[in-house]
Design a binder for this molecule. Structure first.
Ligand SMILES: NC(=O)C1=CN([C@@H]2O[C@H](COP(=O)(O)OP(=O)(O)OC[C@H]3O[C@@H](n4cnc5c(N)ncnc54)[C@H](O)[C@@H]3O)[C@@H](O)[C@H]2O)C=CC1
Ligand SMILES: CC(=O)C(=O)O
Length: 328
């Protein structure tokens, strides 16, 4: 019986229980996606308080999901490991400015979690998410398909929200993708946007003007900075998206979303549409880009590759210094 129970148990570990991690844990408790949510954070007082506060939300009308505090080792055995651990942008700061701090946190997480459940799917949320997804793939030793970042899913949701305002059609009836970096070099795949089954250019002729496209792209690209300027963080949007991705994985739902994953032909992780299921990326879903969009994609990948190279050099220099200090 105990063994049968063990097999039915499904666990999602959330690393980092700050604004994003706690909001994600709350969202997971409200959806019956897994039997247990494990929270991990080195700030032990915060961790205990978050677990108690979240547990209070489970005692009435409970979905059956339990929440508890755990260690990095416990997290390493979960079915899905979500990494929200890391510094966040201050008003006016870019996501890329977090790289050095968050890469060191990522390294320390993998050295404390090892060995990782070989069937786990790793979901990166911390920023800069595309670069961290690239390094998580190397540090975790998991197959590429099992290491994904939330990428431009959030930007795409923001885009659909804006287009919903413009077309007066529900966002859920709009197919529109932001692709590339979850950051300043992201781009909108305008040529494939559909309102229901109607191409955007037919549904809304003004959408082909430079002015319209600039307004929508600026809104989408600038959304995080605008929210952070007033409340210091963004949390609800990404928590909802991360919880939905967990559901697609747990239920092997085969949903198509733009997610950050390794693109062998581009040499980096960035967002392209993919089918998501129990093993993570089931397969990339090809998208037809016109030539300006293809150029944007290549420019975006070149920028990310340059950042990865710089980070690799920094990590190598750190290792050399560490070794020299140990030997002295
Ligand atoms: N990808 C996306 O669309 C979004 C990404 N983010 C990113 O998510 C990250 C977290 O944001 P917030 O929760 O607002 O930050 P926060 O500062 O409120 O929480 C971060 C938590 O991570 C914890 N932490 C640090 N080292 C850790 C370790 N080794 N193991 C476990 N936990 C550790 C900290 O103690 C802290 O409690 C940031 O990098 C932020 O930029 C935020 C919103 C959207
Ligand atoms: C913070 C961040 O990456 C976002 O809200 O898009």
């Amino acid at each position: 019986m105990a063994e049968q129970h063990q097999k039915l148990k499904t666990t999602i570990a959330v690393l980092g229980c700050g604004d994003v991690g706690a909001t994600l844990a709350y969202t997971l408790l409200l959806k019956p996606i897994c039997s247990e949510v494990i929270l991990v954070d080195p700030k032990t007082a915060l961790l205990e308080a978050q677990v108690r506060d979240l547990a209070d939300a489970t005692y009435r009308g409970n979905t059956g999901t339990k929440v508890k505090a755990g260690t990095h080792k416990d997290a390493g055995q979960a079915d899905i490991i979500v990494i929200t651990a890391g510094a966040k942008q201050k008003p006016g700061e870019s996501r890329l400015s977090l790289l050095s701090r968050n890469l060191h946190i990522l390294e320390s997480i993998f050295s404390s979690m090892s060995p990782i459940n070989p069937h786990a799917v790793l979901l990166l949320v911390a920023n800069p998410v595309d670069i961290l997804t690239y390094f998580a793939r190397e540090l975790s030793g998991l197959p590429e398909s099992q290491v994904i970042g939330t990428g431009t899913s959030l930007d795409s949701a923001r885009l659909r929200g804006k287009l919903s305002e413009k077309t007066e059609v529900s966002a859920s009836s709009i197919d529109a993708y932001v692709l590339g970096e979850h950051g300043d070099s992201q781009f909108i795949a305008w040529s494939s946007i559909a309102i229901g089954t109607t191409p955007l250019r037919l549904a809304l002729p003004e959408s082909t003007t430079e002015e319209f496209r600039k307004e929508v792209a600026d809104h989408t690209r600038g959304a995080a900075a605008a929210i952070i300027a007033s409340k210091g963080c963004t949390a609800y949007g990404v928590a909802n998206i991360a919880a939905s991705i967990c559901k697609y994985i747990m239920y092997d739902q085969r949903t198509i979303r733009p997610l950050s994953f390794y693109q062998p032909e581009l040499g980096c992780c960035l967002s392209m549409p993919a089918v998501i299921g129990r093993k993570g990326i089931v397969r990339p879903m090809p998208i037809v880009l016109n030539s300006p969009e293809q150029e944007e994609l290549e420019k975006c990948a070149a920028g990310l590759r340059a950042i990865i190279e710089g980070a690799e050099q920094e990590l190598a220099a750190d290792k050399t210094l560490e070794k020299a200090l140990k030997e002295s």
